[in-house]
Design a protein around this ligand. Structure first.
Ligand code: AMP
Length: 489
C-alpha cells in the first residue's frame, strides 16, 4: 500500500488505500460471469486480497464482491448462477497492510440518472484526494476510501449526456495511472490512461469481446489476442460492435517497466513482448554486466526464475533449483506485520541443502525492496553450507516509491534508498551484490539504451522521475484521512 499524504493528520494504515490490481471484462457471452471468474483466476497474481464480479442480464445488474481469492469466492456453480447475463466485469485487488473492508472492494457500482454503471480500476490516481476534497466541499457523499470512487462522482456530476462523454469528462479531471473496465446497461468500456502506465489488452472469442489486464487469461479461455489497448484509448463495445476513441491530449507512452521485471505473469504478452523472454534477456544482460565465478546459478523462486535462466545461459554456469518454494503460501508482502513477514519468508522458501553444501552460489532475484527476502534466503544458504553467496538483481536499485499502482513501502523502508550497494551487501550478508544498470535494463527490454530526455518507460521506482504529477503529494504533505469510519466491517 502506498500512503498518500493529507493535512488532516496521521490516521494509521487505512487512511487511503492504494493497491495493485487486475481487471477483466466480457461482452457477448451467455456465461459471462464464469468466463470472468476464469479470467480473474489468470490475474490472481495481481491481487489476492479481494475480488468481485458485476454482470448485467438485460434487466438488472448482479454483483458479488468478497474478501479473499477468486477460488475461494467464485469456485462454486451456485455463486456463478447468481450472476446471470452476457456482459460482465471483474476485479482482483491486492494491498499490503491494515484491514481490508468490503466497501473498498471492486467493481464499484452506482445508480446514475442514465442507469447503473460498474467500474473496476487498476492503477492509482495521483490527484484523487484533491478532487475528492473539492467534491466533498460541494456535498458529495463518499461510500469508500477508494480513489476509484472519485471517478464515479465525477461521472455523476458531468453535464454531458452519453455515458462515454461523461466518462471522458470525468477522466479529463483525474491524474495518475488507470486501466479501467466499466459496464453499463448497453456497453462494456475499456480505458487506458494517456501515458499507458498500466496494461490493458483486447481479446476475442468468436463474437465475444474480452478486456483484460494481461493476455495470459486469453489462453485459459481459448480466446485470441487482438492487441494492447493504446495509451489514452477508450474502447466501447456494444451491439453495434467495437469503437475506439482517443479523446485525451496525446502524452508520451510510459508503460511501467516493473510489469516486465516482476509484476506481470511471464506467459503474458505486453506491448508486443513476451514477458518471459524479456526477463531472460534481462538475466543475460545482467550476466554480461556483473559476472562472477561460481558453481551454480540459483533463482529466488518464482519471480527470479526467467532472469536466472538468462544469466545461466549467458554465463555458462549451471542453473540449479537451490531453493524450493511452497506454493501454498501467498506473496511475502501480503502479511501485514514485519514479524509475520519475516516468518513468512521461511515458510515460503527452503534450501535444497544437498545441492548447496560447499558450493559457490549466484542467487538471482528481480528486486530488493525492504531486504527481508534476501536476508533470510542468504542466511538459509549459509546454514545449508554454501561456500560463497553472490547476489545479482535483475532491476536497478528500488529507491523510490511507486504512486501509480505498484505496491511499494515508503522511501524510509526501501533498503536501497537508505544504503549504498556495499552497505546493502553487508546487511544482506552476501559476498558480493550487483544490480543491472539502467542502460542494460533498457537494452534488454527495449533493444536500446535509456533515452534520458524521453525515457521509453515509467521507471520512477528506480529514478524518482515521475511522468505524471503527484498532486496529492505536493499539495498535502502529511498522511491522509479520507473517512472517519473505522476501517472495519
Ligand atoms: P523484500 O523482501 O522486501 O526485499 O522484497 C523483495 C521480494 O519481494 C523480491 O523477491 C520480489 O520478487 C518481491 N517483490 C518486489 N516488489 C514487490 C511488490 N511490489 N509486491 C510484492 N512483492 C514484491
Amino acid at each position: 500500500m502506498i500512503r498518500c499524504r493529507h493535512p488532516l493528520g496521521d490516521t494509521g494504515d487505512d487512511a487511503y488505500r492504494h493497491e495493485e490490481c487486475g481487471v477483466f471484462g466480457v461482452y457477448g457471452h451467455d456465461d459471462a460471469a464464469a468466463h470472468t471468474a476464469l479470467g480473474l483466476h489468470g490475474l490472481q497474481h495481481r491481487g489476492q486480497e479481494a475480488c468481485g464480479i458485476v454482470t448485467y442480464d438485460g434487466d438488472h445488474f448482479h454483483s458479488h464482491r468478497a474478501l479473499g481469492t477468486v477460488g475461494d469466492n467464485f469456485g462454486s456453480q451456485e455463486v456463478i448462477a447468481r450472476l446471470p447475463g452476457a456482459m460482465s466485469i471483474g476485479h482482483v485487488r491486492y494491498s499490503t497492510s491494515g484491514e481490508t473492508v468490503l466497501r473498498n472492494v471492486q467493481p464499484l457500482f452506482a445508480d446514475f440518472k442514465f442507469g447503473g454503471l460498474a467500474i473496476a480500476h487498476n492503477g492509482n490516481l495521483t490527484n484523487a484526494y484533491a478532487v475528492r476534497k473539492s467534491l466533498v466541499d460541494k456535498g458529495c457523499i463518499f461510500q469508500s476510501t477508494s480513489d476509484t470512487e472519485t471517478i464515479i462522482h465525477l461521472i455523476a456530476k458531468s453535464e454531458y449526456s452519453p455515458v462515454v462523454d461523461r466518462m471522458i469528462d470525468a477522466l479529463r479531471q483525474v491524474e495518475g495511472a488507470y486501466s479501467l473496465v466499466a459496464l453499463t446497461r448497453e456497453k462494456l468500456i475499456g480505458v487506458r490512461d494517456p501515458y499507458g502506465i498500466r496494461p490493458l489488452i483486447l481479446g476475442r472469442m468468436g463474437d465475444t469481446y474480452i478486456l483484460s489486464s494481461e493476455s495470459c487469461t486469453l489462453n485459459i479461455l481459448g480466446a485470441e489476442f487482438v492487441r494492447d489497448v493504446d495509451p489514452g484509448e477508450i474502447i466501447v463495445i456494444d451491439k453495434k460492435g467495437l469503437r475506439s476513441i482517443k479523446p485525451f491530449q496525446k502524452a508520451p507512452s510510459r508503460f511501467c517497466i516493473f510489469e516486465y521485471i516482476y509484476f506481470a505473469r511471464p506467459d503474458s504478452l505486453m506491448e508486443g513482448k513476451n514477458v518471459y523472454e524479456v526477463r531472460k534477456q534481462i538475466g543475460a544482460e545482467l550476466a554480461r554486466e556483473c559476472p562472477v565465478e561460481a558453481d551454480m546459478v540459483i533463482p529466488v523462486p518464482d519471480s527470479g526464475v526467467p532472469a536466472a535462466l538468462g544469466y545461466a545461459n549467458q554465463s555458462g554456469i549451471p542453473f540449479e533449483i537451490g531453493i524450493i518454494r511452497s506454493h501454498y503460501m501467498g506473496r511475502t508482502f501480503i502479511e501485514p506485520s514485519d514479524q509475520i513477514r519475516h516468518l513468512g519468508v521461511r515458510l515460503k522458501h527452503n534450501a535444497n541443502s544437498g545441492l548447496i553444501k560447499g558450493k559457490r552460489l549466484i542467487l538471482v532475484d528481480d528486486s530488493i525492496v525492504r531486504g527481508t527476502t534476501s536476508t533470510k534466503i542468504v542466511e538459509m544458504m549459509r546454514n545449508a553450507g554454501a561456500r560463497e553467496v553472490h547476489m545479482r538483481i535483475s532491476s536497478p536499485p528500488t529507491d523510490h516509491s511507486c504512486f501509480y499502482g505498484i505496491d511499494t513501502p515508503s522511501q524510509q523502508e526501501l533498503l536501497a534508498a537508505q544504503n549504498n550497494i556495499e552497505e546493502m551487501a553487508k546487511l544482506i550478508g552476501v559476498d558480493s551484490l550487483a544490480y543491472i544498470s539502467f542502460d542494460g535494463l533498457y537494452r534488454a527490454v527495449a533493444g536500446e539504451d535509456r533515452n534520458s530526455e524521453a525515457p521509453q518507460f515509467c521507471d520512477a521506482c528506480f529514478t524518482g522521475e515521475y511522468p505524471v504529477r503527484l498532486t496529492d503529494q505536493e499539495d498535502s504533505p502529511g498522511p491522509q484521512q479520507l473517512s472517519l469510519l473505522a476501517e472495519q466491517e
